[in-house]
Design a protein around this ligand. Sequence first.
Ligand code: PLP
Length: 370
Amino acid sequence: MDVVARAKELEAQGHCIVRLEIGDPDFPTPDVITRAAETAMQDGSTHYTQSLGLPDLRDAIRDHYSAVYGVTIDPEDIVVTQGTSPAMLLLFGALLDPGDEVIMPDPCYPAYPNYVRFLGGVPKLVRTRAKDGFRYREDELRAAIGPRTKAIMVTSPSNPTGAVLSVEDLQMLADIAEETGVHIASDEIYHGLTFCGEEHSILQYTDRAFVLNGFSKAYAMTGWRLGYLIAPREFVRPAEKIQQNFFLAANAFVQQAGVVALTEAQPDVARMRALYDERRRYLVPALREIGLKIECEPCGAFYVFADASDWGRDSLALSRRLLEEAQVACAPGIDFGQGGEGFLRFSYATSLEQLHEGVARLARWARMNA
Ligand SMILES: Cc1ncc(COP(=O)(O)O)c(C=O)c1O
């Protein structure tokens, strides 16, 4: 049984579990967004929209990418979806023929290899390491590219590592895309949640790129289901066909709320980001203090990926023990690939009080067991 299910079961039995395993913001969706959805519903925004998404939302996405990254996107190249997850289906569905390969980092967000396999493709995992800041090594990346390689996947800020790619990393990826003809598939869902330095989109460096993005994380809108794909022009129609046939369109009033998220909720995003950063600044040294190794300082998203191999090499067995014995839930690194084995992922999408309590419990457990 996985950690989330078992944590819920224990809670139902009356146990008080510190939940550090989930990537769902603990903040309510900002009021301005909720009110916009209410108004949109009252105003009759309760019918199908264009499959590509409402023109107002696609314009707002264009304006957002222009204001934040200085890039020019044509709204015609944006497909609005019910979250970033369906956008992955559109991306890989439009891009891959059976047997085509997608390079992805190991560890990575587990849905990527699952989507690629589901669509008949082949995930090609390239190891990334804490000591390299979980970046691809250029020689290993180039060596992984073969005649069937269609795309290289990147996630920055990353789930599970919290690592943020530098300008040099993005430029290297862009150069490889231009030289080899592969595309870069950049999952930018944690944009807005970067704590050190500036945030960059892959679109600043190359047009041979797909962008996956959504409102779940930075806007605390996981349950609303709203995201989008930005695709090179030749892939827009194939992606639109998938959207039309499988989903018709994203919810009309949710799309209206998305416009307001982009245009009016940036102060809320900044407020939540500051609170996440406060938690990060507490959690990273606190976990080091109790014996976990964090070689790559997390600079974005809301995760700390800590090497817990001194506590146990089998991360799944260790996370189960921590749940049963310390009543702390965290995600085993193996869930993110073989490259994550020996690690635990702690989410700080929860209050500082819960983080303090979780660390205290882990410290007690470590004193007795590690
Ligand atoms: C890297 C990454 N991409 C995509 C998603 C899914 O996002 P959405 O809620 O928009 O489907 C997640 C959710 O945890 C994620 O961590």
